[in-house]
Structure formats: structure tokens, C-alpha cells
Design a protein around this ligand. Structure first.
Ligand code: NAP
Length: 259
């Protein structure tokens, strides 16, 4: 497979790091404006860095990995070429129709990965109206990175906050939990809380629901349930307000990018 990769930042790095464990990436070509990130990533995953896009002819598809605000510049970088290509874009916030317009393209699949794809344990949401016929082959490819799911674009946009941003929420919660205690140093407590998070994540391999897993740790009248009862009184409001702030920001970003 000959794939042109545009951008070589954190998310593209995570995707290619995950894919290279099962795919041969020697025909994949990576471009970045600096050239530095493309060369570094190409060396890491066994792909090829390219600096001259006019020398790239008919890739099977193009992975778009820049930031949403860099998309116009990226179109300029492509010159007159690649209008017939299939674009597979990881950009958050920008609707498929807007990306197609900016790229002056006809076919585009939106993909929303998260950073754990680097360990083949991520979530990849996929949507497309313009290239429905190719969705299942990309679902198969991205299932190598974890759980991949084809959804409507509205769902991809809404769930980006759950799956794309989600890892940061768990890390922040763990960090704050560790900071809520005083014994040992903060570094040693972080070590403990990381192990708790890691061990808790392993328990997810079982069939119990999250509610049952909570019950397994708590006992009536015990200390764990005392903490949870206190949190449960406040958590839905706090989570709801945070998620709403994220949605507001996504709307602002979309408006900014569309203006
Ligand atoms: N980070 C996440 O957890 C996450 C999750 C889901 C989706 N995403 C999406 O992933 C995309 C990239 O995010 P990131 O965090 O990986 O950003 P990043 O680390 O800043 O990487 C951006 C990359 O885009 C390249 N670039 C800039 N302008 C370009 C152009 N004109 N043509 C080609 N490449 C260009 C940059 O090249 P240089 O290296 O030369 O500067 C850089 O390699 C975003 O659209 C974001 O919405 C990110």
C-alpha cells in the first residue's frame, strides 16, 4: 500500500507506531513542512520521508495529520495535485464538508483516534458521507489499533470528547487523586496512583459492568462508599459542566475555522 502521510506530529506518530506492528510501512511516504519530524518518524516506523510532493504520484490514499488551522496551508502545499485522491483526515472539529471544500477534494473519511492507538489499545471512530463504500476497509485497517467503529459524523463529533480527549481526563483524575493525600512524597504517591490506574484498567478485561466493579470494591457502611456517596452528589453536575465547556469550545473552533 502506498500512502502519503501529511504531518508527523503526536497523533500521526501514535497511529504509525501502532500500525507498524502489523503492517509493512516501507511504501508509506511522510511529509512535514519542517522535514525534521517527517524524517524522525519515517526512521522510527520504517517509512520514507519525502520533501518534494510533486514527485509523489497516485498514492492509494492520503492521511491528513496537521492541525485544523493548518489545513488551508496544507492545500497550498499540495498545489494542483491530489484532487482525485481519497483523504483520510484525523482533524478534530472541522466537518467533512468543510474539509472537502478546503482540500478541493471529492472523497474524504474522517477518523478520530486517541493516543493509546500507539499500544494498539485505542479507540478509532470513523465516519464518511462522501466515501461510504470504503468505510469497511478502513474499519478493518484501524481495528489493528484497537476498537474501531463506524458512526455518523454527528456522533464522531460528540464522542471526540469521550474517546479522543478521554485519556487526559483519566490522567488528570489520577493526578488529582494522588495529590489529595499527604503520606510519602508526591512522586511516590504518583507511582502508587499510576499502579492503581494500571491495575484497575486490567480488571476491565472481565465481563462485569463498571457498576458491578464499583460494587466489588465497596461494602455497605464502609469507607469507599462514604467517599463515593459524597462525590456522587456533585459529580454529574461537574462532569456535565466540563463536557459542555468542551462542546462550546468545539463550536467556537468550528466557527473560527469556517470564517
Ligand atoms: N493529540 C491528540 O490526542 C489527538 C486526538 C485526536 C485527533 N487529533 C488530531 O490530530 C491532528 C494533529 O494533532 P497533533 O496533536 O498530532 O499535532 P502536532 O503534534 O502539532 O502535529 C502537527 C503536524 O502537522 C504538520 N503540519 C503543519 N502544517 C502542515 C502542512 N501545511 N502540511 C503538512 N503537514 C503540516 C506539522 O509539521 P512540523 O512537524 O514540520 O511542524 C506537525 O508534524 C489535529 O488535527 C488534531 O485535531 C489529535
Amino acid at each position: 500500500m502506498r500512502v502519503l502521510v501529511l504531518g508527523a506530529g503526536k497523533m500521526v506518530d501514535a497511529i504509525l507506531t501502532g500500525l507498524r506492528k502489523t503492517e509493512n510501512l516501507s511504501d508509506w511516504m511522510i511529509y512535514s513542512p519542517s522535514g525534521t519530524s517527517a524524517s524522525r518518524l519515517a526512521g522510527k516506523v520504517g517509512a520514507r520521508a519525502v520533501s518534494d510532493l510533486t514527485a509523489v504520484k497516485n498514492p492509494d490514499w492520503i492521511l491528513v495529520g496537521c492541525k485544523p488551522q493548518q489545513l488551508m496551508e496544507l492545500r497550498a502545499t499540495l498545489g494542483d495535485g491530489f484532487r482525485e485522491s481519497l483523504f483520510v483526515s484525523i482533524l478534530a472539529a472541522l466537518p467533512e464538508a468543510d474539509q472537502l471544500r478546503t482540500l478541493q477534494a471529492k472523497d474524504l473519511i474522517r477518523v478520530m483516534p486517541n493516543l493509546p492507538v500507539q499500544f494498539n489499545d485505542g479507540v478509532v471512530l470513523i465516519s464518511s458521507a462522501s466515501s461510504k463504500g470504503r468505510l469497511s476497509s478502513f474499519q478493518t485497517l484501524f481495528s489493528k489499533l484497537g476498537h474501531s467503529l463506524v458512526v455518523e459524523e454527528a456522533a464522531l463529533d460528540e464522542l471526540t470528547l469521550l474517546t479522543g480527549s478521554g485519556p487526559a481526563f483519566f490522567y488528570e483524575f489520577a493526578r488529582r487523586l494522588g495529590e489529595s493525600f499527604t503520606a510519602l512524597s508526591s512522586e511516590e504517591r504518583e507511582k502508587l496512583v499510576r499502579q492503581v490506574l494500571k491495575g484497575s484498567a486490567r480488571s476491565l478485561a472481565g465481563k462485569e459492568s463498571l457498576e458491578e466493579m464499583v460494587s466489588a470494591v465497596t461494602s455497605k457502611g464502609g469507607v469507599t462508599i462514604a467517599v463515593l456517596d459524597e462525590w456522587r452528589a456533585q459529580l454529574p453536575k461537574l462532569l456535565g459542566e466540563g463536557i459542555e465547556a468542551g462542546r462550546r469550545r468545539a463550536r467556537e473552533l468550528r466557527a473560527l475555522l469556517q470564517s
